[in-house]
Design a protein around this ligand. Structure first.
Ligand SMILES: CC(=O)SCCNC(=O)CCNC(=O)[C@H](O)C(C)(C)COP(=O)(O)OP(=O)(O)OC[C@H]1O[C@@H](n2cnc3c(N)ncnc32)[C@H](O)[C@@H]1OP(=O)(O)O
Length: 406
């Protein structure tokens, strides 16, 4: 059987592309529901790239990349291919269509000089084979209403925000947080409008429209409330989109606000950093129930550029013996770093440790410890103590964090 044709999707085909994405996620979105997303795909500032495989007139495979950047330790921003909208029609699965789309997307990203591709996976078993490793582990919290805080913060700090105010002020708050949080991306103007202004009913999943509140210039959150009643008593759920704050007082004030809203009993907060201050803000932490969130995965496309872009905690030199079955990033790399500078280059020296490229992506932002990878037999130490030395080298003050999905 001949291979189905794969092509780069031009903007005039984005509606057919979006319909295909929606179908492959088993969603029945109307063209009206898809309109805000289409505006985002067509936004010149977004520079979206899409690929599709066709069978006759029908798109049977879709794959997209948002042109983004990601913060790295030290505060620099690195170009990043944000892989999204991956799907293959039910009747065409397990014939290698995703594999072909993935190769096309990663080739394009590498040619454009993006040293890393990142994605959220729908199912965790899919992307390791393409060299993606967990780079930003995160937590979800389910929180009881009325949880007690150690130190009460002035509740009047939290103010309602209009979408216009939020559009004007919140991007700068997110950007300031990225200076000390590796792993975070930002949004284009149209993306912010989809986050703050546009709100079709299909995005609400039975909950209210968004409520926007902020500590002006210092922090923000938006949430929906899912109204519910049990035994004639209110049992609503506050569904937080993201809580982002520059300073500890603003963060505490926002948590205090969202965890004591009348007519609710529960707060759900997704995609929190593993060092979220919330458990330390409260006296009764067992009323916070953390579970593992869907992590952000990374695929290194240029090991030297990715490791040269970030800052290091101590001075050391390690040789990493990397295997990469899919692309050209395998081989021995010398990582020669100090708080003052870094040089990552290919070397003929023997490796202090050996690991696959997906495990190297897990270590890149300090999100997963090399010692843990060694203990799981995903990294082999040739020089005793090399894994712990790598951990000391890549250590960061704050854990990596990506506050939103894409
Ligand atoms: C970043 C994102 O957008 S995540 C969203 C991903 N999309 C979805 O989950 C929507 C529903 N699922 C789908 O559309 C499809 O099943 C996809 C896109 C996940 C996979 O597409 P396919 O064309 O079937 O994948 P393809 O045939 O290229 O499979 C490649 C390999 O991955 C494996 N694989 C594919 N899907 C899965 C899965 N869900 N779990 C485990 N392994 C998988 C295949 O078995 C195959 O393995 P092999 O190379 O050892 O034979």
């Amino acid at each position: 059987m001949s291979e189905l044709p794969l092509h780069r999707v031009p903007p005039e085909e984005y509606l057919a592309f979006a319909r295909s994405v929606s179908r492959n996620f088993y969603e029945d979105e109307s063209d009206d529901d898809l309109a805000p997303w289409l505006r985002l795909l067509r936004e010149p500032a977004g520079d979206f790239r899409g690929w599709a495989v066709r069978d006759g007139e029908q798109i049977v495979g879709n794959y997209g990349i948002y042109t983004m950047d990601v913060s790295v330790p030290g505060g620099a921003r690195v170009p990043m291919a944000g892989v999204t909208a991956v799907g293959v029609t039910q009747t065409h699965r397990r014939r290698g269509i995703l594999g072909r789309l993935m190769r096309a997307g990663l080739d394009d990203a590498a040619e454009r000089g993006e040293p890393v591709a990142m994605l959220y996976a729908s199912e965790s078993a899919i992307y390791g084979r393409y060299g993606f490793g967990v780079a930003v582990p995160m937590l979800n919290y389910r929180i009881d209403r009325g949880i007690r805080f150690r130190d009460a913060v002035d509740p009047t700090l939290v103010r309602p925000a209009t979408p216009e105010q939020a559009l004007a002020e919140w991007p700068a708050v997110l950007d300031a947080v990225r200076d000390h949080r590796p792993g975070a991306a930002t949004r284009t103007p149209e993306w912010w409008r989809n986050t703050l202004v546009h709100d079709p009913a299909s995005w609400r999943h039975g909950a209210s429209g968004r409520r926007l509140v902020h500590v002006p210039g210092r922090g923000y959150t938006s949430y929906r409330i899912k109204d519910d009643w049990k035994d004639n008593l209110p049992a609503g759920e506050v569904r937080l989109a993201e809580v982002v704050a520059v300073d500890p007082e603003a963060e505490a004030a926002l948590w205090q606000h969202v965890t004591d809203l009348d007519l609710t009993t529960t707060v759900t907060a997704g995609l929190r950093p593993v060092d979220c201050p919330l458990p330390e803000l409260v006296t009764d932490r067992l009323r916070l129930r953390p579970t593992a969130a869907s992590p952000l995965y990374a695929r290194l496309l240029d090991v030297a550029a990715a490791f040269d872009a970030r800052a290091y905690a101590v001075t050391d030199r390690l040789v990493l013996d990397v295997t990469d079955d899919l692309r050209d990033q395998g081989g021995t790399w010398s990582l020669d770093a100090s708080p003052g500078g870094v040089e990552t280059r290919r070397t003929a020296d023997a490796g202090d440790l050996a690991l696959p490229v997906d495990a190297l992506a897990s270590v890149w932002l300090g999100g997963v410890r090399a010692v843990q990878l060694r203990d799981a037999r995903r990294l082999v130490e040739h020089t005793p103590g090399a894994a712990a030395r790598l951990d000391r080298l890549v250590a960061t003050d704050h854990a990596p964090w990506m506050p939103f999905e894409f």
